[in-house]
Design a protein around this ligand. Structure first.
Ligand SMILES: C[S@@+](CC[C@H](N)C(=O)[O-])C[C@H]1O[C@@H](n2cnc3c(N)ncnc32)[C@H](O)[C@@H]1O
Length: 201
């Protein structure tokens, strides 16, 4: 996948997979757990991200940088950079260290803070992965969709695992004339929204 993934990137992926698996069973408090997407979802994201039109790559919810590493592979292939937002300082530092050890700190930039404070300042987004607290999804959706280039994608995690909480987001996307939307039953369920190519706004 994406040619030969450098061993130092694979090492970081394996390291984070081991921490995440341990977190889920050893009683680590929620704010300390990595809460990563599964490897299959990560590969899915990287493949769809690498097929989007030219534009900027954004991630909301970095944790220690596992999903970012996969998105970074798509960025490397495309010659673009990923901007990823993490509200918790400790996790943002973990992610910075992940990217440094993986040799991807020139491709992935972590911004420490609440993504909602930055999203209106972004433009020309071709790919956005939304994986934060569920309470902010709808607000992030409304901020991101107008910033997507035509054919650009917004993917939101957990729409099957948290179906009830995220039903209003799914309903909003399905009825939104600016995007074509579908729920993909992979991992915890991904809402995939593509900004329409032409015609209606
Ligand atoms: C499910 S984890 C992200 C996992 C990561 N995408 C991965 O798969 O490796 C969610 C992260 O989003 C962060 N977060 C929550 N709300 C946020 C916000 N409004 N802006 C930025 N980060 C946020 C949390 O601190 C947490 O680390």
């Amino acid at each position: 996948m994406f040619g030969d993934i450098p061993e130092r990137v694979l090492e970081q992926m394996r390291r984070l997979e081991a921490i995440d698996a341990r977190d889920r069973v050893d009683g680590t408090p929620r704010d300390k757990r990595l809460r990563q997407i599964p490897p299959e979802t990560a590969k899915f994201l990287a493949i769809v991200a690498s097929s989007t039109p030219q534009g900027n790559f954004v991630e909301i919810g970095t944790s220690a940088g596992y999903s970012s590493l996969y998105l970074g592979l798509a960025c490397r292939e495309r010659g673009v950079r990923l901007t990823t937002f993490e509200v918790l300082e400790e996790k943002a530092h973990m992610a910075q260290e992940t990217f440094r050890l993986a040799g991807m700190d020139d491709i992935i930039k972590v911004i420490v803070g609440d993504a909602r404070e930055y999203l209106s300042g972004l433009n020309g987004i071709s790919f956005c992965f939304l994986d934060a607290e569920k309470e902010v999804y709808l607000e992030c959706y409304e901020l991101i969709v107008p910033k997507l280039v035509r054919g650009g994608l917004l993917v939101a995690d957990n729409v099957i695992s948290h179906a009830e909480t995220l039903q209003s987001l799914v309903d909003r996307a399905m009825a939104d004339r600016r995007v074509d939307a579908v729920v993909v039953p992979i991992g915890r369920g991904e809402l995939l929204c593509r900004r329409i190519l032409n015609g209606r706004e």
